[in-house]
Design a protein around this ligand. Structure first.
Ligand SMILES: [Zn+2]
Length: 252
């Protein structure tokens, strides 16, 4: 699971109700009230005076309003990335090498599904049966989509290569450490500009650890407990952060 990288104002408090393997599109019937979606509502969110529930309602309204646009843009970018992105093509090649020769485990545009997600916590998810789900409403740019697909493809690779058990928290922690390290989502520029979390040393490690803890925390087996998640991540850190397969090194 990739942690969504919305601006911090858009993030709800940590929740323990998310799962990593949902593959159904959520089309809830939120009461859409156009008078709520105004500049003054937007301004109160910017200035931090809006309540948590108003903030969530605002962003959900926006996501429903732009659902079609978000999804068709994500689909077009997805097609482009599978044709031209070196990292996506590299991961696809390595997944194909590990999977059965009939191609049944391949990842391609046909099983990367772009949908609108109701929660604000993640930007994608991988499911061994159905493929990759992308939360089109949480994707900001083509580069962000590239990182998100790469993150989930590292999960797909690990599923085939290591037979990982996502319900074992140490396995989950290892998967998240590798995915955040290798997908490129912890490149310092993106962290700096979008999350304002600039440390003078070890930016990459800190970013990977923070994202891994959040992702593990959101898994049902961790029950939203940060301490449990931190223990799982720290317990496997050394072996998993250093394991860059199938890459020769972290090059993103
Ligand atoms: Zn993940």
């Amino acid at each position: 699971m990739a942690e969504s990288s919305l601006p911090s104002t858009a993030l709800p408090p940590a929740t323990n109700s998310t799962t990593t393997t949902t593959t159904t599109t959520t089309t809830t019937t939120t009461n859409l009230d156009p008078s709520f979606y105004t500049w003054s509502a937007f301004f109160s969110i910017l200035t931090g005076s809006a309540s948590q529930s108003d903030r969530q309602r605002y962003f959900q309204y926006r996501d429903i309003l732009y659902e079609d646009r978000d999804i068709s843009r994500a689909n077009a970018d997805k097609e482009w990335l599978f044709k031209y992105s070196p990292v996506i093509r590299f991961l696809k090649h390595n997944i194909d090498l590990l999977g059965p020769t009939d191609g049944s485990a391949t990842i391609g545009p046909h099983n990367v599904y772009c949908v609108r997600c109701d929660d604000n916590v993640r930007s994608g998810g991988f499911d061994a049966e159905s493929g990759i789900q992308i939360c089109a409403n949480h994707i900001r740019t083509k580069a962000h989509l590239e990182d998100t697909i790469a993150h989930e493809m590292v999960h797909a690779h690990d599923h085939l290569r290591f037979k990982m058990d996502p319900y074992d928290l140490r396995h989950a922690a290892c998967m998240e450490i590798r995915a955040s390290t290798l997908s490129g989502e912890c490149r310092w520029t993106r962290e700096f500009f979008h999350r304002n979390q600039w440390g003078l040393t070890q930016q990459l490690q800190e970013c990977v650890r923070r994202r891994a803890v959040l992702s593990v925390m959101a898994r049902p087996a961790a029950g939203g407990d940060r301490k449990v998640a931190e223990r799982a991540v720290d317990g496997v850190w050394k072996s998993c952060f250093g394991d860059t397969r199938p890459f020769d090194e972290i090059y993103r």
